[in-house]
Design a protein around this ligand. Structure first.
Ligand code: NDP
Length: 328
């Protein structure tokens, strides 16, 4: 038997949330059984746990779109008992039981070996949010962005994606500007590597289709008017990596930045990203993200705390990343 956070459908959108003892035999089919040591709370997990958006696609569900741990059993030759592994996405925690549990059974194709140099706890302090931040950085670089071209804006700066994106871009030599609703966290954002802190209120209401050219690039996890204003303020030939919708799923923009300034809007998805790109992202995270920044950006909680912290996360009250120590 092992413990899991189990979501059960109810008459209202919010599911019943309970720490439940499960039997291995109840786990879904898969090639690899993993003893999870750490998982995390991502924005999507918080939506699933609170029922604020229809993230869960089959019931009952163990949420948790990522985890790290050690292989217990494997019928796939790529993994052997004891191997350290991690997983992000692939519908885990949405349509297949996920990482907010002490054991999971998944397809071998979905796993990655834990990169050398990272512990399971560090990998989850990065988590899906940090891996997505790296996918955004890779998208900016694939589109030719170099530090000499000018500053890069990161929106949702105190969130999981934003905070790791700041640290990665600063490490690569970019001048990083951070947009936040929590100006009181300016010192934290500067410690991560931001040099200029912008009040998000200046970006999250309707603006002109073309504005002063301010940034060479941007990582946006906010969407809606913020993404529209960011695109309108990108310098000629610049690039925006868009991955999130913390303000909204809408994109009330015009084509002006794209057809008059040659701005590129690069979409970033972490869930179905191909295996090779994931492997590259995690190798780069292990090499390039300054590990000493992780503790100051991470709160560690127990499985039993996940429901309460999910509500705080959606209320914008969590700074950085939340690691769940599932054995605590
Ligand atoms: P967090 O909740 O950790 O951070 C989101 C941040 O966005 C908040 O901390 C806040 O930053 C800012 N924010 C929240 N509400 C608003 C608002 N109304 N207007 C403007 N800014 C707001 O979430 P994550 O960083 O983990 O995820 C961010 C987004 O990225 C989510 O929408 C998530 O679904 C998406 N995502 C997408 C992935 C993909 O594969 N495409 C993968 C991972 C995440 P501050 O307080 O600094 O203003």
């Amino acid at each position: 038997m092992f413990k899991a956070l189990l979501l059960t459908k109810t008459e209202v959108p919010a599911p019943q949330v309970a720490i439940t003892e499960l039997d291995e035999a109840q786990l879904p089919a898969g090639d690899v059984l993993v003893q999870v040591s750490h998982s995390t709370l991502n924005y999507k997990d918080a939506l699933a746990i609170t029922g604020k958006a229809p993230v869960v696609r089959s019931w009952p569900m163990v949420p948790g779109i990522d985890f790290a741990g050690a292989v217990l059993e494997s019928s796939d030759p790529r993994y052997r008992p004891g191997d350290a592994v991690l997983l992000n996405g692939w519908g885990v925690g949405e349509s297949h039981w996920g990482g907010l549990a002490q054991k999971v059974r998944v397809k071998a194709d979905w796993l990655l070996p834990l990169p050398a140099g990272l512990t399971a706890a560090q990998a989850m302090a990065i988590g899906t949010a940090g891996y997505t931040a790296m996918l955004c950085v890779m998208a900016l670089q694939r589109n030719g962005l170099l530090p000499a071209q000018g500053p890069v804006l990161v929106t949702g700066a105190n969130g999981g994606v934003g905070s790791i994106a700041i640290a990665l871009l600063a490490r690569l030599g970019f001048e990083v500007h951070a947009s936040t609703g929590r100006l009181a966290e300016a010192e934290h954002l500067k410690a991560l590597g931001a040099t200029d802190i912008i009040d998000r209120a200046t970006l999250n209401t309707p603006g002109k289709p073309l504005q002063k050219e301010r940034w060479a690039g941007a990582v946006d996890s906010v969407g809606s008017h913020t993404l529209a204003n960011v695109c309108a303020g990108i310098r000629y030939g610049g690039v925006v990596a868009a991955c999130g919708l913390a303000q909204g799923m809408d994109f009330p923009s015009t084509v002006a930045p794209f057809i008059l300034r040659g701005v590129t809007l690069a979409g970033v998805d972490s869930v179905m990203a191909p295996h090779a790109r994931r492997a590259e992202a995690w190798q780069r995270l292990a090499r390039e993200l300054p590990a000493e920044l992780l503790p100051r950006n991470t709160e560690t909680i127990a499985l039993a705390d996940a429901a309460g912290v999910a509500a705080r996360l959606l209320a914008g009250q969590v700074r950085g990343r939340v690691v769940v120590d599932v054995m605590a």
